[in-house]
Every structure is written in C-alpha cells, then in structure tokens.
Design a binder for this molecule. Sequence first.
Ligand SMILES: NC(=O)c1ccc[n+]([C@@H]2O[C@H](COP(=O)([O-])OP(=O)(O)OC[C@H]3O[C@@H](n4cnc5c(N)ncnc54)[C@H](O)[C@@H]3O)[C@@H](O)[C@H]2O)c1
Length: 338
Amino acid sequence: MDWKNTSVLVTGGASFIGSHLTDALIARGAKVRIVDDLSSGRLENIQEHLASGRVEFIQADLREPGITRAAMKDIQVVFHLAADHGGRGYVDLHQAGPASNLFLDGLVFWEARRAGVEKVVFASSGCVYPNFLQSDPDKEIYLTEDLVKPPYDADNMYGWAKLMAELTLRAYHREYGMKTASCRYFTVYGPRGVENHAVIAMIAKAFIGQNPFEVWGDGTQVRNWTYIDDIVRGTILAAEKIDDGTAVNLGTMERVRVIDAVQMVLEYTGHKAEILFRPDMPVGPLNRVADNSLAKKLLGWEPQVPFREGLKRTIDWYFATKDREQVRRILGRMLTER
Ligand SMILES: NC(=O)c1ccc[n+]([C@@H]2O[C@H](COP(=O)([O-])OP(=O)(O)OC[C@H]3O[C@@H](n4cnc5c(N)ncnc54)[C@H](O)[C@@H]3O)[C@@H](O)[C@H]2O)c1
C-alpha cells in the first residue's frame, strides 16, 4: 500500500502508541489528522508535527455530539486508538470509565461506515483473552487468537469493551463489506510510555531511588512486554494486509517474570534496594504471553527488539528526559490512574 498522501485519522494520536504511529505514518508520506481530548495523551508527544504543520490536530472528546462525524470527513483510513485506558492499577480499579469505550468504539465505527472510510484498524488488547487460561504462572502457554471464543472471560470492563469492538468490526466486514482489522497489543513499552504501566513504573521507582522497592504481587507474574517500534510496524502492516476483521496478536513470545524485569531495571540503573512485595495490590493475570505465528503468517511480522535491549532504550530515554521532583509528585497517583 502506498501511504503517500493517504488521508488518515488517528484517534488518540497524542498518546504513547498513537504518537509513535503518527511518526511512522508521516514518515511514509500520509496526511494525518489526530483527534484527542488529551485526557491521557500529551501534546508534547506530537509537538514536532504540530510545529511543522504536518498534522492536523483537533482537541476534542469523540463522544461529544458531532465530533466523530466531523473527524471522518475525507478520511480513507482510520486507526482507532482513543480509549479510556490505563495500566493494571487503573483497569482493575475502574469499570465505569472503560465502559464508555463501548459507545466510543461503536460511534467511531458507525461514523466511519457512514463516511465511506475504506479501512478501520483497531487497537485491541491481550485483555480480550479468557482470564481462566492465564492463572498458572508455571505453565508455558502461548495465547493463540482462536482461544477468544465462548465462554468469553475478558479482563475487566476494559477487556470486554475491546472484545465487543473486535466483534463489531468483524460483523461490519461480514454484513457491510467494510474493511477492518484488529491488533491485539500485549503490554507495550518504550519512550513516551507512562508510569501507570509496569515497565515505566519500575523505571520511575529506580529513577527516584525508591527503597524499599515496591513490586505488586509476588513477582512471579509472566508477561511478554513488546517494544513500541514493533507494535507500530505491526499495526501498519495490519492496515495494509488485513481486510476481513481478523484480530491478530502483536506481542513477543519472550516470557519475562515481573521480578526478573525488576532485577534488570535495578542492574542497568545501578539502583540498590530491598524488594518489598505488595500482594495487596492489583496483579492482573498471572501468565499472559502471546503466540505470534498468525502475525508471522498474515503480515510477515516478527518482533525485532529483545526485552533487554528495549528496556535499556526506555531507561535511557526516561533518565534523560524526566525531572525527579516531578516524578516523585505524580508517581503515587499515576500507578492507579490515567
Ligand atoms: N499501552 C499498552 O500496553 C496497550 C496494550 C493494549 C492496548 N492498548 C491500546 O492502545 C491504545 C493507545 O494506548 P496508549 O497506551 O498509547 O495510551 P492511552 O491510553 O493514553 O491512549 C488513549 C488516547 O486516547 C485519548 N482519548 C481517550 N478518550 C478519548 C475521547 N473520548 N476522545 C478523544 N480522545 C480520547 C487519550 O487522551 C489518549 O491520548 C489504547 O486504545 C489502548 O487501549 C495499549
């Protein structure tokens, strides 16, 4: 697909992932419009494009009357990333906010069809996978896409909304012929990430010298943290290659326990601290790792950044750009908010 002069809407384009996606689309020559209410996104993430005039930016809540309809005007491809979303603390402790994604997503898809948009690509999540498959940290399981089926058992209201959006997009393709694709992101990290997600939280704690160093749960939870550049590349490939609403995992198959990630952070930052486990805090599924063979087959996609390498890049960015006093001020709140 030739992106040159393609008109693209990125909802939530001022976010961590949305802004990196915007960088990549601009680099490919696309014309990008962003709609973001800045409820968790940050203007500084897209500042360069605003200054150069390469991005049209509309600060607005897509749920407000008329906003989504106006946003779709003359758009060929929509990347829908706007969401009421946070990290584990937020997703476990807030149901009402993420529930609004049900109508936000429904509205975006409805208006996209009405406007004759050619393709809608959706930022879905590993949170659509049944919780009951992810409860044993000692099992070596890899989640394949076909495991999302009845009995559905998504991860909090946030996961249910992602699942409903995927099913809606599949139905839109089947019944309305609209081209759609969903990408199931697995715990994304990298520069511009925020402290409500585990890896950035670990880095922030090392940055401010937290001691004892708090780790939620007992540290044996398994994750497959996936680097931002791999996520962006996979999302654009999905836009190019999937039309029928198929949902594809974008995640590495590298299994990393929380405690091992913490040790890597402490080692690389040189921070020495006693570990304090907090079993009273939200831990999420105990074992969540993607199988990425479908992405390999359909998109020719494979993650290229191993966790240790991506972590170093992320720590270097965080230490070079953050202010200790400010991080101390916001960290407590950010761990459970957005
Ligand atoms: N970060 C991850 O690990 C991860 C994993 C799975 C899926 N996702 C999904 O990827 C997308 C981007 O997430 P992220 O982590 O980069 O950051 P994020 O959660 O901050 O992104 C959401 C963006 O949407 C904007 N937004 C929210 N509600 C809006 C509304 N009603 N109208 C307009 N804008 C609105 C926010 O300001 C923000 O910029 C989200 O859909 C998220 O659910 C992220």
